[in-house]
Design a protein around this ligand. Structure first.
Ligand code: NAD
Length: 242
């Protein structure tokens, strides 16, 4: 039987990159999927099935995230999986970073994940089951120069994941996180070649990861294959900074 047969999943930032790969993997495994993105774009056409809905959602707004989850309940009847994936970067050294770029990155990643975790958990605890997958980053484990905003937000997501896992475990709700390393997506291919090459040199497997390789781990955490796991963080990094 497909791993997510009959389940309903919500993915934020699902219009491209890792989020879109996660949505595609979930659809292949039988789920219905609701994508929420600031720029929904052509994701719906790309996925080509009637088990998907796409809505505009800004994860910095609690009301938007609640509306996104309500769409899943109205259209498909439940929320069994929530993936908090939406993200941005606003890199600069700490000396030159503008305060608004710190605030915006914290708002999208950390507060956005809090909104998604909190509102999804409220629905899931009533159902007595659910799996929440939060997309952190290797930057949150080791701290990257030029990313005091992003590293702080991504480390914060790990604390949030563990605290939420403790609060919701007895209701059948699991909360886990993924820390991807260098993954080939629109976010990273915009990087200058020199920076890309520096990162490649740090990867024991000597290649960047593909969005589908993060999606496979998200699928594992979303499905019953990981039924006794909560509060954990899985690294998808080709061995970088192990
Ligand atoms: P991406 O830029 O390709 O996609 C991010 C998506 O999030 C876009 O569709 C964008 O429109 C959406 N988004 C941005 N702000 C939003 C908001 N306020 N509300 C809703 N949607 C919003 O990036 P990606 O590489 O696919 O990254 C996905 C996630 O994985 C992010 O959380 C990112 O930090 C994380 N990550 C990526 C890498 C990597 O190497 N690509 C590594 C570690 C972690």
């Amino acid at each position: 039987m497909p791993l997510l047969d009959g389940r309903v999943a919500v993915v934020t930032g699902g219009a491209q990159g890792i989020g879109l790969a996660i949505a595609a993997a979930f659809l292949r495994e039988g789920a219905s999927v609701v994508l929420g993105d600031l720029n929904p774009g052509t994701a719906l056409a790309d996925l080509g099935t009637d088990r998907v809905r796409v809505t505009r959602c800004d994860v910095t707004s609690g009301a938007d995230v609640e509306a996104l989850l309500a769409t899943a309940v109205t259209e498909f009847g439940s929320v069994d999986v929530m993936v908090n994936n939406a993200g941005i970067t606003r890199d600069a050294s700490m000396r030159t970073m503008r305060e608004e770029d710190f605030d915006q990155v914290i708002a999208v990643h950390l507060k956005g994940t809090w909104h998604g975790t909190r509102h999804a958990a409220a629905i899931m605890r009533e159902q007595g089951r659910g799996s929440i997958v939060n997309i952190s980053s290797l930057s949150g484990k080791v701290g990257m120069a030029g990313q005091t905003n992003y590293s702080a937000a991504k480390a914060g997501i790990i604390g949030l994941t563990k605290a939420a896992a403790k609060e919701t475990a007895r209701f059948g709700v699991r909360v886990n996180a993924i820390q991807p390393g260098l993954i080939r997506s629109p976010m990273t291919t915009a990087m200058p070649e020199k920076v890309w090459d520096q990162k490649m040199a740090e990867i024991p497997m000597a290649r960047a990861g593909e969005p589908g390789e993060v999606a496979a781990v998200a699928l594992f955490l979303a499905s019953d294959l990981s039924s006794y796991m909560t509060g954990t963080t899985l690294e998808v990094t080709g061995g970088r900074f192990m």
